[in-house]
Design a binder for this molecule. Structure first.
Ligand code: ZN
Length: 221
């Protein structure tokens, strides 16, 4: 009699699937936050994102392997920065000590990246070392070289969200400034402000007036 065939191990999901799963979780959490969902639903969505991030990392793919030393001195600096803050002293092991808890922001003044030491970080992302509890702030450029696809995907998602919020902020500032010289805008200021907060921009006529008041060329339509 033939011995029973060994049961094949469960196949690891493809990187594409893991990426799609994480993106879905991020979008869902974003949607719930925007629609002001109940705290319990938000907490569950947040946890789902963390799980998806960890699953993506745990699968052990290294899609970024080829992208690293585009500039040798930079790679060395970043490598050193990571090891200085980690317990493990080998790159791939050290990367595994870190988690991204979705703490991120945009700074008006340039910050220092704790990984590579560059001085031009405006969008910062906080990583926490699960072994030491230590926290570092890094720029989104450095993260592109981080060997952890879950963290990279989540940070890129958050960066887009922050950029959008920043753009909205700038539009609001432009509107306030333009309203100082344009009475038509001034009369509609609260309503226009709401429109920007909700949709990210104002309707065409107001946009043209804002630009004219600021001495900017009209938008081509
Ligand atoms: Zn950096």
């Amino acid at each position: 009699m033939q011995p029973p065939a060994p049961t094949p191990a469960a196949p690891t999901p493809s990187p594409r699937l893991l990426h799609a799963r994480l993106m879905d979780a991020l979008k869902r959490e974003d949607h719930l936050r925007k629609s002001k969902a109940a705290p319990a639903a938000l907490a569950a969505a947040h946890e789902a994102v963390t799980d998806a991030m960890v699953a993506y990392d745990a699968a052990g793919f290294d899609p970024l392997e080829a992208s690293v030393p585009h500039a040798r001195t930079y790679a060395v600096r970043m490598h050193g920065g990571l090891l200085r803050h980690s317990v493990a002293q080998e790159w791939h092991e050290a990367v595994r000590e870190w988690r991204y808890g979705r703490s991120a922001g945009r700074s008006m003044t340039a910050l220092v990246c704790d990984l590579c030491g560059c001085l031009k970080v405006h969008y910062w992302f906080e990583l926490t070392n699960t072994v030491t509890g230590r926290t570092i702030r890094v720029g989104s450029e450095c993260i592109q070289n981080w060997h952890s696809p879950g963290i990279v995907t989540a940070i890129n998602f958050d960066r887009k969200r922050l950029e959008k919020a920043h753009k909205r902020e700038l539009r609001l500032q432009d509107l306030e400034k333009a309203a100082e010289t344009d009475a038509w805008l001034r009369a509609r200021l609260p309503k226009l402000r709401q429109t920007i907060e909700k949709y990210g921009k104002v309707f065409d006529e107001a946009e043209d007036r804002v630009r004219a008041a600021l001495g900017q060329p009209p938008v081509k339509r």
